[in-house]
Design a protein around this ligand. Structure first.
Ligand code: 7TS
Length: 406
């Protein structure tokens, strides 16, 4: 993998921040976009823009072909059986809410259980809290091991015959933990429960095969995988999606509208009320082409190397706490002793290094870690070992700076 050549395809990375070359280490929040994605968006708006599934005019046909073509690309990318299982949404959050609302409201009753883990992003907690409140179901948490992983024994102990839904992140946006989705899905199925995967941090970095995982739902966002913001996907098993009611009603999703009742289009369109996210889907399609060209396996191996290199370097520093397991996806979450992570991020920014500081939308996990916030450096295919060296230099500088102050 020629990282230098890849980096050159991301124009935003070629700039100075505060007089230093930008080092972007915040891809877990959102990834940067390659020229091919930017170009696809520009071309769509310059040459093909139209609404879809309507007119017979040429632009309408082109826009529809591009939109549905993007769905085909997603289908292949995740190895779904059919395009009818690929629903375009605004992102991971909307995809999870769709399942929690539609599947949750019609399949949960008092005494049923929803099982999630203690490491989830708020997007995979709050929709289930709301579903539990609305139906009388109980929300249960799989506990974490001291290193921030889950054990299958705990999974087996938490999921029971009363469990109807298990919802779990593929990869933790804070700990970098890669969860054993396939094994958990098998345990969920033994108890007759369905398994939803929050794939926001999975699909950008790992080869995802929904058939092999045998998950019932897989949710992800385009913007973390080199695509634009505002587009994401809900994959679902067909028999489940078919029995689910839409959550948004209006144009596009209907078959026949009568005065007092209406019927819905078939899958996937019954879940895509209103003018869909056409340009977003086209951009996501271009992102998938880009990732396929580089190769997910290459990206995964590259990030594994970067994570190992970062861990090795950071372990040699004094006065740093690193959160999460040794074996991890391409991100490192840490705190410097006696320095607030926002201060760390501010000093790093002065050197042109972008990291995220805060609770990372995982307040229950922060409480479990016994911190209010952390700093996080997250990597992607355009990052290099030199970027990590710059981070380590920046952290040493931060320590010196705050050492002088206090
Ligand atoms: N699930 C996980 C695991 C995430 O990391 C995120 C976003 C989401 C869901 C929500 O995705 P959205 O596209 O619907 O917003 N995570 C982060 C983060 O770690 N920093 O900023 C956003």
């Amino acid at each position: 993998m020629d990282v230098k050549a890849i980096k050159e395809q991301f124009p935003v990375l070629d700039q100075q921040i505060n007089g230093n070359p930008l080092v972007y280490l915040d891809s877990a929040a959102t990834s940067q976009k390659p020229l091919t994605v930017i170009q696809a968006l520009e071309d769509y708006y310059k040459f093909d823009n139209s609404n879809v599934h309507r007119g017979v005019h040429t632009l309408g046909t082109r826009a529809t072909d591009k939109y549905e073509g993007a769905r085909e690309k997603v289908k292949h990318f995740i190895n779904a059986e059919s395009t009818s299982q690929v629903i375009f949404t605004r992102g991971t959050t909307t995809a999870i809410n769709t399942v929690a609302y539609s599947y949750g409201r019609s399949n949960l009753t008092e005494g049923d259980e929803i099982v999630i883990t203690h490491m989830e992003h708020h997007s995979n907690i709050i929709p289930w809290q709301q579903a539990a409140k609305a139906t009388g179901a109980t929300l249960k948490y799989i506990p974490l091991q001291s290193d921030g992983t889950i054990s299958l024994d705990d999974v087996r102990a938490t999921i029971t015959d009363r469990t109807k839904i298990v919802a779990m992140m593929h990869v933790s946006n804070v700990l970098g933990t890669i969860n054993p989705i396939k094994e958990v899905a098998a345990i969920a199925h033994q108890h007759g429960a369905v398994m939803l995967v929050d794939g926001a941090q999975g699909i950008p970095h790992l080869r995802v095969d929904v058939k092999d995982l045998d998950c019932d739902f897989y949710a992800f966002s385009g913007h973390k995988m080199c695509g634009p913001t505002g587009i994401g996907v809900l994959y679902g098993k067909k028999h489940l999606l078919e029995e689910m009611e839409p959550v948004e009603f209006g144009g596009e999703m209907i078959d026949f509208v009568h005065l007092y009742d209406s019927t819905w289009k078939e899958l996937p369109w019954k879940f895509e009320g209103g003018t869909p996210i056409i340009a977003g889907a086209v951009g996501l399609g271009a992102a998938i082409d880009f990732l396929n060209e580089v190769g997910l396996e290459n990206i995964e191996a590259h990030e594994e190397r970067l994570a190992a290199y970062a861990m090795e370097k950071l372990h040699t520093m004094d006065g740093i706490t690193i959160f999460g397991p040794e074996e991890r996806a391409g991100l490192v979450t840490f705190n410097l002793d006696d320095v607030h992570p926002h201060d760390t991020a501010t000093v790093l920014d002065a050197d042109g290094i972008a990291v995220r500081a805060g609770h990372h939308c995982a307040q229950p996990l922060m409480r479990w870690l016994d911190v209010t916030a952390t700093a996080r450096a997250s990597f992607y295919l355009y990052n290099t070992e030199e970027d990590i060296d710059r981070l380590v230099d920046g952290l040493n500088k931060t320590k010196e700076y705050f050492g002088d102050v206090f």
